[in-house]
Write a protein that binds this ligand. Structure first.
Ligand SMILES: Nc1ncnc2c1ncn2[C@@H]1O[C@H](COP(=O)(O)OP(=O)(O)O)[C@@H](O)[C@H]1O
Ligand SMILES: [Mg+2]
Length: 240
């Protein structure tokens, strides 16, 4: 299979607008990601759908282009909560920040996450579109997450170093490659990243008994709200 990554110029993220669409994409002399995007949209629905999640308006497709595989993702999630919308105003569009942060990871050859080649935002429909590299390998089971604990820990700690978070730590959001590497996919965030780092720490500890260091203030706030949510579910008679 051809490796598109060799020709990716992660130092050059091109930003452009076209009608209602806003784009940011990695410059590549061989693959025009904007063209690939148009190509995909024209054929939407004709590709293999991976693990369709139950949330509406979130689709993941596997696409083949000139012997290379890509992941095409659509996220139509609209944030309705006022405080989240305010935070998004302050911090900027998550996916447009993500392309820059992942580009830095790729430039550093850090090899801990997927690569992001294009982000598009449709101002009319509020949908985000993304093109990632397809990572050969498979998702991890819960036991495998524990078994590869050191690697998972290293992966999340490095993500945090680049000011990224998983925000949904489970085996389905990591790929174990044939050469034994662990890579994070499906990076999301809602709210302030420094605070969400504590979500990762709590999930790692509770689900896989993995301990990582995060800012003490973030941990204190999250533990408080975490406990509070549990308590309120208990009071309302729901399963905790
Ligand atoms: N870059 C990728 N490389 C390989 N497989 C992927 C990639 N992105 C997604 N997948 C596969 O598709 C599944 C769903 O993708 P994900 O981004 O986790 O979507 P969702 O938001 O629905 O959880 C993953 O669990 C994984 O099996
Ligand atoms: Mg996922």
């Amino acid at each position: 299979m051809l490796e598109p990554s060799n020709l990716n110029n992660f130092a050059n993220i091109i930003e452009t607008e076209r009608g209602d669409m806003k784009f940011a994409y990695v410059q590549n002399d061989e693959i025009d990601y904007l063209e690939l995007f148009d190509h995909f949209l024209a054929e939407e629905g004709h590709h293999e759908l991976l693990d369709p999640s139950d949330r509406i308006e979130r689709y993941t497709y596997l696409i083949n282009h000139n012997q290379s595989k890509f992941i095409f993702k659509i996220d139509g999630g609209v944030e309705n909560r006022l405080e989240r919308r305010l935070i998004a105003k302050i911090t900027g569009d998550f996916y447009f920040n993500l392309i820059h942060k992942l580009a830095k990871i790729s430039q550093d050859k850090c090899d801990i996450a997927y690569e992001l080649y294009l982000v598009a935002f449709d101002k009319k429909t509020k949908r985000h579109y993304m093109i990632f590299n397809f990572i050969e390998g498979r998702s991890l089971t819960r036991d495998e997450m524990k078994l590869h604990g050191e690697q998972v820990k290293n992966c999340i700690e490095k993500l945090h170093h680049y000011n990224l978070v998983s925000n949904d730590v489970h085996g389905g959001n990591f790929i174990l490659t044939p050469d034994g590497k662990i890579k994070a996919i499906d990076l999301t965030n809602s709210g302030f990243i420094w605070l969400t780092k504590a979500n990762d720490a709590i999930e790692l500890q509770e689900r896989f008994n993995i301990k990582i260091k995060v800012p003490a203030m973030a941990m204190a706030i999250k533990k408080f709200t975490h406990g509070f949510k549990r308590l309120s579910r208990k009071i309302r008679g729901k399963k905790v």
